[in-house]
Write a protein that binds this ligand. Structure first.
Ligand code: PEP
Ligand code: MG
Length: 325
């Protein structure tokens, strides 16, 4: 299948009505990095840093992390890598950092909540990232930010680490971008000033969908019950994109839905100009985007969702009739 899409590798994902969508890849291991070249991804839109913590039975050291982040940055060869700070808790538990039994770990002590309660771990990771960048551009994303105050606290921790690195005489990044992952509906309702204060926002659709519909993403009975095309969910997405646009803040989508054909089209039609997905999805998604009129997709989606109807079946049928799928 990869060969089938190889001819598209160096072509842009430009729709027939002239909209270009940047396709990035999700990664979590050094071994993922060769896919950056082979898939034609423009960058790593989400680097999940928790794997290095999970595969060890003790906390990795700052220098181990820094060496790894430097190798990843080297391998990206100038392409942007969005490093997401540690997202543990929920389904990803560390043997050396166990929360007490939590009845609902997905809604428990996880991600940035752990980082803010255990600032030593967050500082260590931020320092490792800054040292790995060693003067090169750096992009940092905080996971599972549910309210602006959590971002402010994480940002303050980062600023302190930067000030200290400067005193110690370390090279600071040539450019630093700091953003958040929107994974709880609450953050979508934050005031516009918050959206203006961040460098970028990425929608983590896996968790966002789970919390919007109150449907456990791990529970086979309910996890496919609600889809991205639910009109209320589309309204939420519309609101998020609208607020980012109004704030002049770049917005991307990095949940699994970005790598599914119909969903990716809908996300592009709803206004996302950057999608991040597993590398194997980049070819197929690019292929479809290059064959479609995005404004027609948007019209079809709006027609249905305004009536409270799920547009999935109609979109699929229209795409088949127009020979896109
Ligand atoms: C998400 O929640 O959509 C996401 C990309 O993060 P993860 O799947 O690692 O929770
Ligand atoms: Mg998530």
């Amino acid at each position: 299948a990869l060969e089938r899409y190889a001819s598209l590798r160096d072509l842009p994902a430009t729709t027939t009505d002239g909209e270009t969508i940047a396709l990035h890849m999700n990664a979590g291991l050094m071994a993922d990095l060769p896919s950056l070249q082979s898939s034609g991804a423009e960058g790593v839109g989400l680097f999940r840093t928790e794997l290095q913590f999970i595969i060890r039975n003790k906390m990795p050291t700052r220098s181990e992390l820094s060496a790894l982040y430097a190798r990843i940055t080297d391998a990206a060869a100038g392409k942007r890598v969005v490093f997401r700070t540690l997202d543990i808790g929920s389904d990803k538990v560390l043997p050396y950092l166990k929360p007490q039994d939590e009845p609902n770990p997905a809604m428990g002590w996880r991600a940035i909540r752990v980082g803010l309660d255990k600032p030593g771990i967050l500082r260590m990771q931020l320092q490792a990232l800054l040292r790995a960048a060693n003067g090169r551009p750096l992009t940092i994303m905080f996971p599972f930010v549910a309210q602006p105050a959590e971002y402010w606290a994480a940002r303050a921790a980062l600023d302190k680490v930067i000030a200290r690195e400067k005193i110690l005489g370390h090279n600071l990044p040539a450019q630093l971008e700091v953003g958040v992952m929107l994974e709880t509906p609450s953050l979508a309702f934050a005031p516009l000033a918050f959206f203006k204060s961040i460098d970028f926002l990425s929608v983590g659709g896996n968790d966002l969908k789970q919390f919007f519909f109150a449907a456990d993403r791990e529970n086979e009975r309910v996890r496919r019950r609600y889809d991205l095309f639910d009109p209320a969910y589309l309204s939420l997405i519309d609101m998020i994109v609208g607020k980012c646009r109004a704030a002049g803040t770049s917005v991307s989508f990095c949940g699994e839905d970005a790598g599914r054909p119909l969903e990716a089209l809908a996300l592009a039609a709803m206004g996302f100009r950057t999608l991040s997905m597993r590398p194997a999805s980049i070819g197929p998604i690019k292929h479809i985007l290059r064959r479609v009129d995005l404004s027609a997709v948007r019209m079809l989606i709006d027609e249905h969702r305004m009536r409270g109807e799920n547009p999935r079946a109609a979109l699929k049928e229209w795409l088949q009739e127009s020979d896109v799928l």
